[in-house]
Write a protein that binds this ligand. Structure first.
Ligand code: HEC
Ligand code: HEC
Length: 455
């Protein structure tokens, strides 16, 4: 299980509350012992129950994913703790020593208030915009490299940052990739240091020959490998050597993933990339957007330093689709990724990005290969029967719902590869991206998927 699936702050608070519940119990028992006439059994029982409840709620917190943890903490846990504090106050009053309540109570009230305020603050954060890049600038052509790279960052991560949630822009890259050193989630390369290695990759013998040779046409993307001069002039690097550079490699990685497959990350003996062609549906970035993403990739490891960026800035001349791009992305930036349930099912599934990883019968273009084929009408009952199944579902709909909200509840075995599918690759954030109705609709649809007849 990945650490990001838990909320560190609230898991920590839960542990502290459990310890505190036990402390209060001990304190009450001790006070009763020291005083004749106080009803030790009653008070001991009451505070014993509080301590056990806090402990059990803390255990429960650890079985939840982040979003549910927050919900549980604020709907239940915090009230039990406040109730306990009030009863503790009543206890002190009843034995006539309210003046001597340990200073820790006051400290604790202060602390509870602070954590409630803090939580209010994190809930309020989603309404905050994280400095959207200057949209107009991207059209008129007088952008600086810094703004252009920022446009790339927004394409990858989106303009809206939601606290505690993985941020994903229209490029959808964070669905599969990580960007920070040491952060791995399985089947896709970590993009930290990719600028540096892009320059080496094109010089490898492996690049020249595998899985295809320079000069060959890659059918899925329609791109000829290793021929940057086939790219329309206004999008292509303007200066530099004849031989291939890191920029060419990065652009090709996006526009023709199968031209070169990173060792160990491909299908069929690394001859085929599971990464979608970024310039085709469902992601469909324009050439300017591809360049912006490359500018971001080339500069992200050196904050504030753009010397390594070699892509041309967008120009305001004819033939540049900059205008169209800005319109598209302006709309995109203003809309957080959220599905209400009024969309048709195809649009809904495409917006959420399921087709990038799953092949889904009945959804056009859903040919993803990083996760299992969604044939849930037949598969779900098998999963539930599996002796390794530890989830809570008892029927297909429940299983599908559980798989969407908490993918780690059961990790599917990949028969073809003879190993488990990577745990932690499927995002755990879908719960925050869909309304209740949308989730129902999605679960209905996925529960009915089965292998197409004749296969
Ligand atoms: C469905 C999952 C998926 C998505 C979405 C995806 N990638 Fe990839 N990407 C992969 C996989 C798998 C590989 C390794 C195989 C290969 O070389 O193509 C890869 C390889 C790469 C590489 C080469 C890395 C290296 O070390 O040489 C780059 C660069 C890259 N992706 C960038 C991106 C960017 C930028 C985006 C978003 C615009 C993106 N990817 C979206 C799965 C994905
Ligand atoms: C980044 C890749 C990725 C994305 C995006 C993704 N999934 Fe998955 N999904 C996986 C992987 C990998 C598994 C298998 C590992 C596991 O069981 O947790 C999986 C498992 C599942 C399963 C269980 C399948 C079975 O046969 O038991 C369901 C159902 C599912 N995903 C539905 C969805 C839906 C619906 C979406 C979109 C809302 C989605 N997934 C998006 C990667 C992804």
């Amino acid at each position: 299980m990945l650490p990001e699936q838990h909320d560190i702050l609230f898991s920590f608070l839960a542990i502290v509350f459990a310890v505190f519940g036990i402390y209060v119990f001990g304190n009450v028992v001790q006070e009763c012992r020291e005083r004749e006439g106080s009803n030790g059994k009653l008070w001991g029982g009451v505070f014993g129950a509080f301590a056990v409840t806090c402990f059990m709620m803390t255990v429960h917190m650890f079985s939840l994913v982040q979003a549910d943890q927050l919900a549980f903490f604020f709907s239940t846990y915090i009230f039990v703790v406040i109730l306990m504090l009030i009863v503790w106050g009543v206890f002190y009053k009843s034995i006539g020593i309210e003046g001597q309540s340990p200073p820790i109570i006051r400290g604790f009230f202060f602390w509870t208030t602070v954590s409630v305020l803090l939580a209010g603050y994190t809930n309020w954060l989603p309404q905050q915009r994280s400095d959207p890049p200057p949209k107009e600038a991207a059209v008129v052509g007088d952008v600086t490299m810094e703004e252009f790279a920022e446009m790339g960052r927004v394409i990858i991560f989106g303009a809206k940052q939601v606290a505690g949630q993985k941020s994903i822009g229209k490029g959808q890259c964070p669905l599969c990739h990580t960007f920070d050193p040491g952060d791995h989630m399985g089947r896709c390369p970590n993009l930290f240091g990719v600028e540096k290695r892009s320059n080496d990759r094109v010089k490898e013998d492996r690049y020249a020959s595998s899985p295809m040779a320079i000069g060959e046409l890659e059918p899925a993307s329609g791109i000829v490998k290793g021929k940057p001069d086939e790219i329309p002039e206004e999008y292509r690097r303007q200066h530099g050597p004849e031989e291939l550079t890191g920029e060419d490699y990065l652009r090709e990685s996006l526009m023709c993933p199968t031209c070169y497959v990173v060792e160990g990350f491909g299908k069929d003996g690394d001859t085929k990339s599971p990464m979608p062609v970024i310039t085709k549906p469902p992601i469909s970035l324009s050439r300017v957007e591809v360049n912006a993403v490359v500018a971001y990739l080339q500069s992200k490891d050196t904050p504030g330093e753009f010397a390594a960026v070699t892509v041309p800035l967008p120009q305001d001349d004819a033939g540049n689709t900059g205008g169209a791009v800005a319109e598209e992305s302006a709309e995109d930036e203003d809309r957080p990724v959220f599905v209400t349930g009024t969309e048709d099912i195809q649009a809904m599934i495409n917006t959420l990005g399921c087709p990038l990883c799953h092949t889904i019968p009945g959804v056009e273009g859903a040919m993803g290969e990083l996760g299992p084929k969604l044939h849930e009408k037949t598969n779900a009952p098998l999963r539930i029967k599996d002796p390794n199944y530890k989830g809570k579902a008892t029927n297909t709909r429940e299983y599908v719902r559980e798989s969407i909200l908490n993918p780690s509840a059961y990790v599917v075995f990949n028969e073809e590869a003879g190993e488990l599918f990577p745990d932690g690759l499927m995002p755990t954030s879908f719960g925050q991206m869909v309304s209740v109705e949308a989730l129902d609709k999605l679960v209905d649809f996925i529960s009915q998927t089965e292998a197409p007849a004749g296969s």
